[in-house]
Design a protein around this ligand. Structure first.
Ligand SMILES: NC(=O)c1ccc[n+]([C@@H]2O[C@H](COP(=O)([O-])OP(=O)(O)OC[C@H]3O[C@@H](n4cnc5c(N)ncnc54)[C@H](O)[C@@H]3O)[C@@H](O)[C@H]2O)c1
Length: 275
């Protein structure tokens, strides 16, 4: 018997990085997945990797920031698996500038992907969860469900150059705490993981001008190698985290042992307690 046998999990941004590791971890523990990513190719690679390891997954590619995405995401879980137990809001990217150079487009892009998208996904999930919870209560078999949102040390402490991202990542903490209160009666725990430095595309060493295309925009990715080295020196455990280590923090909130933990933000940062 695995910890998450039979559970149905939605994971956004699971084509790469932390999201992909979360997908592989939850599937290895028996969860059946709906895998989202903006990029269809990486999303499909995660689906195939889960299946190759003996797990179950279907893809649901597209931008979490699209207005019709939430219904499609939740609808895929209901259609494919007739259930919904775990929601991991992980998708995102950074688009940095100091405030005097930050455009409205940059500001709203970060709020859209890191805050509005999780809000819409959770809003779309509510009627489904309410229906399932009522049926289980009537049958005398209450079940605990799990939401895990994603924040950042930038959201908890601020980070120069990230007014947009830090504001959105602070906002998701408020959404987490509020839904923990609204959804307690539905037996849903709602928690958040705030990452420090995790080694992914988002933070890869970029000496030059590495960019990627996200929703039609050329966005700079990666962190200057000197800054990266300096950041790593300030981490008590002495190194940036791996995506697998990052996924471990999400997993803690998904397992039955955390069924009485809700409304919390857990720092997964190698011991770093501020920036
Ligand atoms: N890596 C870190 O150090 C770090 C630190 C703090 C917080 N985080 C957060 O962790 C989460 C995962 O980041 P990561 O480091 O794995 O980055 P990553 O770039 O490796 O992976 C993020 C994935 O999200 C996808 N994505 C981006 N925008 C999307 C959208 N609109 N719709 C659907 N998918 C989208 C990307 O295509 C990518 O595959 C993000 O929310 C990020 O802000 C990361």
């Amino acid at each position: 018997m695995k910890k998450l046998d039979g559970k149905v999990a939605l994971i956004s941004g699971a084509g790469r990085g932390i999201g992909r590791s979360i997908a592989l971890k939850l599937a290895a523990e028996g969860a059946r997945l709906v895998v989202n990513d903006l990029d269809a190719g990486p999303a499909e690679e995660t689906v195939q990797a889960v299946r190759a390891a003996g797990g179950q997954a279907v893809g649901c590619p597209g931008s979490v920031a699209a207005p019709d995405f939430a219904d499609r995401f939740v609808g895929t879980a209901v259609k494919e698996y007739q259930g919904l137990d775990i929601i991991v809001n992980n998708a995102g990217y950074t688009w940095d500038s100091v405030i005097q150079k930050m455009t409205d487009e940059q500001w709203y892009a970060m709020l859209d992907v890191h805050l509005t998208a999780p809000f819409r996904i959770l809003r779309a999930a509510q009627p489904v969860i309410r229906g399932l919870a009522k049926a289980e209560a009537d049958a005398g078999k209450p079940t605990v469900r799990k939401v895990v949102n994603t924040s950042s040390v930038a959201g908890l402490f601020g980070n120069a150059g990230q007014a947009n991202y830090a504001s959105a990542k602070a906002g998701i903490v408020g959404l987490t705490q509020t839904l923990a209160k609204e959804w307690g009666r539905l037996n849903v725990t709602v928690n958040c993981v705030a990452y420090g430095l995790i080694r992914t595309r988002l933070t890869s060493s970029a000496a030059g001008a590495a960019t990627t295309t996200i929703e039609g925009r050329e966005i700079k990715v990666g962190v200057n190698p000197d800054l990266l080295a300096m950041m790593e020196r300030s981490i008590p455990l002495g190194h940036g985290g791996t995506p697998e280590e990052a996924a471990g923090a999400v997993y803690l909130f998904c397992i039955p042992e955390s069924d009485y933990v809700s409304g919390q933000t857990l720092m997964c940062s190698g011991g770093l307690t501020g920036i």
